[in-house]
Each structure stands twice: as structure tokens, then as C-alpha cells.
Design a protein around this ligand. Structure first.
Ligand code: HXC
Ligand code: NAP
Length: 266
């Protein structure tokens, strides 16, 4: 049984930057399944159109082409979403880029590219959307990652960008709280069937090594991140702002591997 009330988001509209694939598309489907109208935006227009069809077609979803690195592009996409659905209540900033490389194997442009998509992109999305949802009940969510808190080798760009996102959320929560606008983050752990994990753990061996260290001993699902987004966007989270919600099977607690793979006594 669905833990959330049917049509919880009837009458609500969401804009999801980076919502054309993976985890963010999963969030889009979850919100739409609970009655929201959803606009998803990514660079590739064909991918955006296909995502809108997958979410539920033109009655409930709109696929938009936008590059979050370009402020005007973000503003145009938001305007199109508002023109189509009349208003915005929920905005999610989830566009991201990642590749695995040591800092010395990363050009200045490589580092800048990821910071530009993840961190500057989140600023652009949140800064531009404020004009559309400056009212009590509005919810902004950034999709961050454990790299924000725990430094990881070969991830200098992502660590720096996601740490910036976490702190940006906190500052905006303070500045926009008086208007009733809430700003939070979701920090997913490794999520199955995603581009992110295809890049970070590309082999079954790498996946097994990773899950052996996670307290809950498995990857998460897109639906589990969707459920966190539902909670944070709903009235149940009306007194929650400036928080980063870890949805990661306990990954951030540290390495929970044991010799027999079950408990700590072996
Ligand atoms: C070193 C690399 C590189 C690599 C790209 N670059 N790949 N450097 N090793 N493997 C460098 C390029 O050489 C170039 O620098 C610069 O990065 C920009 O590359 P472009 O290809 O021109 O950039 P662009 O077309 O804008 O593409 C951005 C991208 C790409 C990030 C490089 O991978 C992308 O579009 N990614 C989106 C999808 C994605 O990454 N999804 C996963 C998100 S998951 P020079 O100097 O040569 O010009 C995620 C996981 C978080 O974030 C945590 C999970 C636990
Ligand atoms: P994904 O499928 O690659 O999703 C990335 C999305 O961002 C796509 O819709 C992509 O579409 C869009 N995008 C990329 N660059 C963009 C740009 N410049 N402007 C606009 N849109 C852009 O990745 P994912 O693995 O599901 O990750 C989704 C989010 O979860 C990311 O924020 C990631 O950091 C976070 N995360 C993922 C994991 C994981 O296990 N996968 C773990 C922790 C955190 P286009 O390519 O068409 O632009």
C-alpha cells in the first residue's frame, strides 16, 4: 500500500531540473502519481519529450530543454512551465555531471564543468524560481550526495560542488524562511539502475564491494528517493527547512563491512 495519501499533490505543480532521467525522473513520476503536474528539464530535448511521455503524457507532464549553467535558459524553462500549468509549488534541482578522475587528471575546465552544472546550476534554478513561488508552502529541494560531507578520492569536483549545494540550501533556508519558502536537500546513497552508479561502480564486483560496506546491505531505489521528495514537499514537512535528508541505507555512518557480512561479532 502506498504510504502517502492518494492525490496528495492534486492542484500542485512541480518543476524538476535534471528530471529527464534517473533519480530525478523517478521523483517526477512519484509526484505525478500523487496528483501533481510536473515539468522536467534537461539539455537533450528528445530525452525531455520521452520523459514527459513516461511520466504520463501531456495532461500531467511537460518536457523542456534547458541548460542549468545558463541563467536565461533556466528562466525560459520556468516561464514555459508556468505558462503551461499556471503556477509552481515545488522545485527540485537535480541536474548533475560526474566522471571518475584524480584531481591531476582533471583540467580546470573539467573541474569547472561539474561545479557549473551542480552548484551554479542549483543557484540558478533556485534564484530564478523564487519569483514564481514566493509564498508559504513552497518547497525547494536540491539533490546532493554523500560526497558533500565525506571526501572521496577521484571526486574532487563533485565533493566541492555538492558541499557547496548543502551550504547554499542552508543559507537560502535562512533568507527565504520568513516568506514561508522551505529549502532542503536530499542526499541519496547509491541508487540502483542509474547513470551515477554506472559511472562510479561499473562492475558487479565494484557493486558488491560497495554494498558490503552499507549498513542496509543494498543499493536504494528511485522510489525511495521519490518518497523522501514527497515527504519534504508535503505539508508533513511544514516545519522542516535547511536540512539535508540522508536517504542512503546508513552509508554516511561509515564502513559497516564485517568479516561474515552480517553483524559485527564475527
Ligand atoms: C577527465 C573529463 C572526463 C573524464 C570529461 N572531462 N570527462 N576529464 N576524465 N572522464 C572533461 C573534458 O575533457 C572537458 O575538459 C570537460 O570535462 C568538459 O567536458 P565536455 O564533454 O565538453 O562537457 P559537457 O558536454 O558539458 O558534459 C558534462 C560532463 C558529462 C559532466 C562531462 O559527463 C555529462 O554530461 N554528464 C551528465 C550525466 C552524468 O554525469 N550523470 C551522472 C550524475 S551522477 P577539457 O579541458 O578537455 O575541455 C552524480 C553522482 C554523485 O552526480 C554521487 C553518487 C554516489
Ligand atoms: P542522470 O540520470 O545522469 O541524471 C542527470 C540529469 O541531469 C539528466 O536529466 C540530464 O539530462 C540532466 N543534466 C545534466 N547536465 C545538465 C545541464 N547542464 N542542464 C540541465 N540538465 C542537465 O543521473 P542520476 O545518477 O540519476 O543522478 C541524479 C541526481 O542524483 C544527481 O544530482 C546526482 O548527483 C544525485 N545522486 C545520484 C546518486 C546515484 O546513485 N546515482 C547518488 C547520490 C546522488 P541531459 O543529459 O539531457 O541534460
Amino acid at each position: 500500500m502506498d504510504p502517502f495519501r492518494e492525490n496528495l499533490f492534486a492542484g500542485k505543480t512541480a518543476f524538476i531540473a535534471g528530471g529527464t532521467s534517473g533519480i530525478n525522473l523517478g521523483i517526477a513520476k512519484r509526484l505525478a502519481g500523487l496528483g501533481a503536474k510536473v515539468a522536467v528539464a534537461g539539455r537533450n530535448p528528445e530525452k525531455a519529450t520521452a520523459a514527459a511521455a513516461e511520466i504520463g503524457g501531456p495532461e500531467v507532464a511537460l518536457g523542456l530543454s534547458a541548460d542549468v549553467r545558463i541563467y536565461q535558459s533556466v528562466e525560459d524553462a520556468l516561464d514555459q512551465a508556468v505558462a503551461r500549468f499556471g503556477k509552481l509549488d515545488i522545485v527540485i534541482s537535480g541536474a548533475a555531471g560526474n566522471f571518475v578522475a584524480p584531481a591531476l587528471g582533471m583540467s580546470a575546465n573539467g573541474f569547472r564543468t561539474v561545479v557549473d552544472i551542480d552548484l551554479n546550476g542549483t543557484f540558478n534554478v533556485f534564484r530564478a524560481c523564487y519569483a514564481h513561488l514566493n509564498r508559504p508552502g513552497a518547497s525547494l529541494i536540491a539533490i546532493t550526495a554523500g560526497q558533500a560531507v565525506n571526501p572521496r578520492m577521484l571526486q574532487a569536483h563533485v565533493c566541492a560542488a555538492k558541499a557547496g549545494i548543502n551550504h547554499l540550501c542552508r543559507v537560502l533556508a535562512m533568507e527565504w524562511g520568513p516568506s514561508g519558502v522551505r529549502v532542503n536537500g536530499i542526499s541519496p546513497g547509491p541508487i540502483a539502475d542509474t547513470e551515477g552508479m554506472a559511472r562510479l561502480a561499473p562492475t558487479p564486483e565494484a557493486e558488491a564491494a560497495l554494498t558490503s560496506r552499507i549498513p542496509l546491505r543494498r543499493y536504494g531505489t528511485k522510489d525511495e528517493i521519490g518518497d523522501a521528495a514527497v515527504f519534504l514537499s508535503s505539508d508533513a514537512a511544514r516545519y522542516v527547512t535547511g536540512t539535508i535528508l540522508d536517504v542512503d541505507g546508513g552509508s554516511q555512518l561509515g564502513d559497516a563491512s564485517t568479516r561474515d557480512g552480517t553483524h559485527g561479532l564475527a
